[in-house]
Each structure stands twice: as structure tokens, then as C-alpha cells.
Design a protein around this ligand. Structure first.
Ligand code: SF4
Length: 373
């Protein structure tokens, strides 16, 4: 089983915090879609014939595509791959795109899961982020999607930015619970270099992020979601029983995936590769039946570190036997290095599985990097 990620590099406007690859003009959409289809054809053997269990339209803003365009891309995937019946097909969508006409059109495609970029239910927050939608559109879009028969929905939320008081954060979470959204991805606001947010902070137009506020709001969230019966199956991902994102869970479990589109990453078990993050260069290369991408073969050390990084973030944890499968003797080395974290109560171990405690989850990145080989 494997997954396919398709990057749609267009957005209506640039959110101040975003460093994903996108452009705000749809001028070259037709050429880009043609290039995507050509890349699907050229990369048909990348996954060695494995059945496709998940397809994920990410971006950018894939909800800027029409139903016909989505159908055309999925048809191309099915022409070159065996797609499992019941495959999870996710579409990232922004609330302002999801009017009734668009939702009805998407209903006529194989898309069966929505990832809706809500971020906050407060207009002042959305304005501060330079999001294209308003809070009322967020709520209406979720209801429209649900009324059209989609049950598998995830909402993106952001916390840990100066405007978001604890009171507002609790309200945002309550809105999600009230709307009965079965999956939440919630990320602390990070200031990526080269973003408008970074430059506003540098110029003192915006206040900097406060780590203590972010940690506090993370704990508020853990408490609230637990009471509502959501499971924290990855540090930033929560769901009601059984409603995991199959696509993202497979990333964390090391399942192979093929990334299509500018800036998209692929992994075939032995190497990673990533396409050029430039629409014009991407289109130009595909017009010549070539793919402009960089590739990195994964060393034993890379594979150990990736496994530590991803597994510790999940509720399934790190299996020390798997470390030994990658490099003999590495499990005892890791256990020795992790000694201090067990003493602090940040990690626990049951049989061969190591997981982070609630407190340890606050330091997940530091713990992982300290354990790297
Ligand atoms: S809509 Fe998403 S991809 Fe586009 S700029 Fe905003 S955060 Fe980035």
C-alpha cells in the first residue's frame, strides 16, 4: 500500500505566516494541470506497482480547482495505478471556496475527505493572519460540507499567537466540538524566515510569539479534547475513535508515497526526492518530459533519525526492535541516551515501545534531536 500527494500551488492571497510553495495568480493553471498529469505518467513506476491507499490534494489551495479538474487528475492517477476501493481521497479546502456550487461539484468527484483551513473563528485573528475567509464562512462551509453528505472532515487550527487569549482558544475548540468535526490538526504558530510574519516581527509591527503561551494553550487543548473523547494520535493531530488521517498516519509509519507537483516530496523506502519549488521551471521541465527534482539517498543514520523523529510524535511510539532492524545495537545506545528523559518523566516504556508522556510531548522536538544518532 502506498500514497500519492498532489500539490496544487495556487492561493487567493498569501497568509502572513505561510512558507509553503504557492503563487497568487491562476494564470498558468491550465499548463500546470497538464504538467501534473504528465508527471503522474512519467512517475508511474516510482511506487513499484503498489496499490494506492490514499490520495491527498494539498497546497496551496486545492479547493480552487473545479470538480472537473479534480476528476481529471484522479482519472489520470487511476490510469497508471491500482487505487484501492475505499481509498481515502482528501481535499484541502479553504472556507471561502466552499459555496454550495463548489461543494456539490466536489460531491461528483471521488474526494471523500475534507481538510478545512479554519485556523480561528475570530475575524480579528483571521485578519491578523491575512486569511482570505471570515469566521462566518468557516462555520457555514463546515455545515454545507456535512449537509452534502461528507462525514470525514478535519479542521486546521492555530494557537500560540499574541492575539489569541486562552478564552478565545477555548471558544475555537468548543466551536469544533459543536460542529461535530471528527478530526483536528492544531499547530502552534511558528515564525518561518522569509515570511511577512517574520518581517512584521522584525519591524516590531507584530509582537513576537510567546513560547509559554503556546505551551499553556497546548495543555488547554489536551485537556479539552480528552474530555470530548478525541484521541491524540500524533502530537498535533486528534480524532474521535477510528477517524485517523490514513494518509498522514502512513507518512509517520514510513509507508512509501509519491509527491506530484512543484515542491512535492516523495519517498520510496530508500531515498527522498523533492520537485523544484517553481511553477514555471516545473512546467518547462514537464513539457520536455523531464522532472526537475533533487534526490537524497537515505543513510542508515538518516533512517534511524527519521524513525526517532516521527515515531515519538505518535501514540504508537518508537519500537526499539525497529531501530535494531535499521542498525544492529542501536536500541541499547538509544536507551542509554534516553535515561535522563525517563528520570524526568518525559518518556515511558512498555515492552519494546517507548512513548512520550503528556509533559514529554511539550519537548518532543528537543527530545528527538537529543536522541539523534
Ligand atoms: S491558504 Fe494555505 S497554502 Fe495558501 S497562503 Fe494560506 S496557509 Fe499558505
Amino acid at each position: 500500500m502506498a500514497g500519492i500527494y498532489i500539490h496544487i500551488p495556487f492561493c487567493k492571497q498569501a497568509c502572513y505566516y505561510c512558507d509553503f510553495h504557492f503563487v497568487t495568480s491562476l494564470k498558468h493553471k491550465t499548463e500546470l494541470l497538464k504538467a501534473l498529469q504528465n508527471e503522474i505518467r512519467l512517475q508511474k513506476d516510482y511506487l513499484s506497482g503498489e496499490t494506492i491507499e490514499t490520495i491527498y490534494f494539498g497546497g496551496g489551495t486545492p479547493s480552487l480547482l473545479t470538480g472537473d479538474e479534480l476528476n481529471m487528475i484522479v482519472d489520470t492517477v487511476t490510469r497508471y495505478h491500482t487505487v484501492a476501493s475505499g481509498a481515502e481521497i482528501t481535499l484541502e479546502a479553504n472556507p471561502d471556496d466552499l459555496d454550495q456550487e463548489k461543494v456539490s461539484a466536489i460531491r461528483q468527484t471521488p474526494v471523500n475527505r475534507f481538510s478545512i483551513g479554519i485556523q480561528s473563528f475570530f475575524d480579528d485573528d483571521l485578519f491578523w493572519m491575512n486569511r482570505a475567509h471570515r469566521s462566518s464562512e468557516a462555520e457555514a462551509s463546515v455545515k454545507r460540507v456535512q449537509d452534502s453528505g461528507f462525514e470525514n472532515i478535519t479542521a486546521d487550527l492555530i494557537y500560540g499567537y499574541p492575539l489569541l487569549t486562552d478564552h478565545k482558544w477555548k471558544h475555537n475548540l468548543e466551536q469544533i466540538f459543536e460542529l461535530k468535526i471528527p478530526h483536528i490538526s492544531a499547530y502552534s504558530m511558528t515564525v518561518e524566515p522569509q515570511t511577512t510574519l517574520a518581517s512584521f516581527i522584525k519591524k516590531k509591527v507584530y509582537a513576537p510569539m510567546d513560547e509559554a503561551q503556546s505551551a499553556e494553550q497546548f495543555l488547554v487543548m489536551l485537556n479539552a479534547i480528552e474530555q470530548q473523547g478525541y484521541e491524540q494520535y500524533e502530537i498535533s493531530n486528534f480524532c474521535t475513535p477510528g477517524n485517523y488521517s490514513r494518509h498522514n498516519s502512513n507518512y509517520w509509519k514510513g509507508v512509501k508515497y509519491l509527491g506530484i507537483g512543484p515542491s512535492a516530496h516523495s519517498f520510496n523506502g530508500e531515498a527522498r526526492q523533492w520537485n523544484v519549488a517553481n511553477n514555471a521551471k516545473y512546467i518547462e521541465a514537464l513539457a520536455k518530459n523531464t522532472i526537475q527534482a533533487e534526490r537524497e539517498e537515505l543513510s542508515e543514520q538518516n533512517r534511524l533519525n527519521e524513525y526517532i523523529m516521527t515515531s515519538l510524535r505518535t501514540m504508537w511510539g518508537l519500537d526499539i526492535d525497529k531501530l535494531d532492524n535499521i542498525a544492529k545495537g542501536s536500541s541499547s545506545e538509544l536507551i542509554r541516551a534516553a535515561d535522563g528523559f525517563f528520570d524526568k518523566g518525559w518518556m515511558s516504556k512498555k515492552d519494546t515501545i517507548i512513548t512520550l508522556t503528556q509533559e514529554g510531548k511539550l519537548y518532543a522536538d528537543k527530545i528527538a534531536s537529543d536522541l539523534f544518532f
